[in-house]
Design a binder for this molecule. Structure first.
Ligand code: 13P
Ligand code: SF4
Length: 348
C-alpha cells in the first residue's frame, strides 16, 4: 500500500487516510486533516526535514506525516542516524531534547512551546547532585523522560524498553534509579533488587542488591488501577491486558504483558488473541486499531497525556513554515548529557 507521506495531492492523501482510518476518525474530519498533512509533507521535502512521531500521536497525525514512528529508544536511535537538515519531533520536549543532544548541528524543532512531562518535571539537576553527594560512587541510571541538565548528572540513561537490561548489566550492587518510582519498582521486581526510597536512610554504599529511587510519577499511568483490570475482565473475559512499565507495580503484575510502547504495538500485531486492553495513552489504542482491523482494542480514554496532546497537525505545519520552536541546549550540558545517552545506546 502506498505511504500517505508519498501522496502527490490532497485528494490522494485523503483517499489513503480514509482507507487507513475509516473506523477510527470520522470521515467529516479527514479531508481537513488531509489538507494539513499534504502541506506538511510538501514543506518537509522542500526543507529537507525528517519528522519523528511518538506512538502516542493522534491517529491522523501518526498515520500521515512521520517518516518514522516508535518509542523513546527507537526514535533516539533514528535521530542519532539522521542526515536531515531539520528534525521535527512530534512528541514531548524531553524527546526533542534527546534528538538535539545527539544532533547538535541540526535544527531540532518541537511543534509546541511547552509539551512537558510530569516525570521530567519531578526532578532537577540539583536533586541528582544532592543524591550523588549522599551516596558517593553509586551509579546513577536515569529514565530518558528527563531534561538535559538531569541527564548531564547521570551515568547512563534508560528507557522503558531497556531499563531492566541496563540495571542488570551494571556491576555495582546498589544503583540510583531516577525519577520514576513505579518504573523503578517494576525494574526492582524483575531484577530482584530491593527498593530504597529517597527518604529512607541508607548510609553510603549499601552492600545488598538495591535501588535508590525517586518519587516521580507519570500523571497518566499512575491513574490505572487493578480494579480497572478486574472490571474489564468481568465484562470481556477474553481480554489480554497490557500495561506500560510506568503503571503502578500491582497493575503491571495483574496484567498479561508489560513493555515499551513499541513492544506493545508489536505484541498485538503478532498475537493470536482478538481483544486487548491497553493501559497507556489512549491514542495508541486507536493507532493500533487502525493497523489491526481484525482485533478489538479497549482503552480507558478518560486518562490522557495533556503534553502529548499538545502536538497537532496545525502546529506542526506552523513549526515547519516558521522553524519554531527550536530546541537549544547549552554545550557543556549537552556534552555531559550525551555521554549518558551514548552509554545507553552502547549497552542496549
Ligand atoms: P516509551 O519509551 O515506551 O515510548 O514511553 C515513553 C513515554 O513517555 C510513556 O509514557
Ligand atoms: Fe510523560 Fe506520562 Fe505523558 Fe509519557 S504519558 S509523556 S511519561 S506525562
Amino acid at each position: 500500500m502506498k505511504r500517505i507521506q508519498d501522496a502527490t495531492s490532497v485528494n490522494e492523501t485523503f483517499i489513503l487516510l480514509k482507507e487507513r482510518l475509516r473506523n477510527t476518525v470520522p470521515e467529516a474530519e479527514l479531508y481537513y486533516k488531509a489538507e494539513l498533512a499534504y502541506e506538511i509533507n510538501r514543506i518537509k521535502k522542500e526543507k529537507n526535514a525528517v519528522i519523528l512521531g511518538h506512538n502516542y500521536m493522534e491517529p491522523a497525525l501518526y498515520h500521515s506525516i512521520p517518516d518514522h514512528v516508535g518509542d523513546s529508544l527507537g526514535l533516539s536511535r533514528i535521530s542519532a542516524e539522521s542526515r536531515a537538515d531539520r528534525i521535527v519531533f512530534c512528541g514531548v520536549r524531553f524527546m526533542a531534547e534527546t534528538a538535539k543532544i545527539l544532533n547538535p548541528d541540526r535544527m531540532v524543532l518541537l511543534p509546541a512551546r511547552v509539551a512537558g512531562c510530569s516525570l521530567a518535571a519531578s526532578i532537577t539537576a540539583e536533586d541528582v547532585r544532592n543524591l550523588k553527594a549522599r551516596y558517593p560512587g553509586v551509579p546513577v541510571v536515569t529514565y530518558i523522560n528527563t531534561y538535559a541538565d538531569v541527564k548531564a548528572e547521570t551515568d547512563v540513561c534508560c528507557t522503558s524498553s531497556n531499563a531492566v537490561d541496563i540495571v542488570n548489566k551494571l556491576d555495582e550492587d546498589v544503583v540510583i534509579c531516577l525519577p520514576d518510582e513505579f518504573l523503578a519498582r517494576n525494574v526492582a521486581r524483575e531484577t530482584g533488587k530491593k527498593v530504597i526510597m529517597k527518604s529512607d536512610g541508607l548510609n553510603g554504599n549499601g552492600k545488598e542488591d538495591s535501588m535508590i529511587v525517586w518519587d516521580g510519577k507519570c500523571e497518566v499511568h499512575e491513574k490505572f488501577t487493578v480494579s480497572d483490570i478486574e472490571s474489564v475482565r468481568r465484562q470481556f473475559p477474553d481480554t489480554v491486558v497490557m500495561a506500560h512499565p510506568e503503571c503502578p507495580p500491582e497493575v503491571v503484575e495483574a496484567s498479561d504483558y508489560s513493555g515499551s510502547t513499541t513492544a506493545m504495538v508489536d505484541f498485538v500485531a503478532s498475537s493470536e488473541s482478538k481483544r486487548f486492553l491497553l493501559l497507556t495513552e489512549c491514542s495508541m489504542s486507536d493507532n493500533i486499531q487502525a493497523e489491526n482491523p481484525d482485533k478489538e482494542m479497549l482503552g480507558l480514554c478518560s486518562v490522557r497525556c495533556p503534553h502529548m496532546n499538545e502536538i497537532t497537525l496545525e502546529d506542526t505545519l506552523v513549526c515547519l513554515q516558521e522553524d519554531k520552536y527550536q530546541i537549544e541546549i547549552e554545550e557543556s550540558i549537552r556534552l555531559k548529557a550525551k555521554k549518558s545517552l551514548d552509554r545507553m545506546l552502547e549497552m542496549s
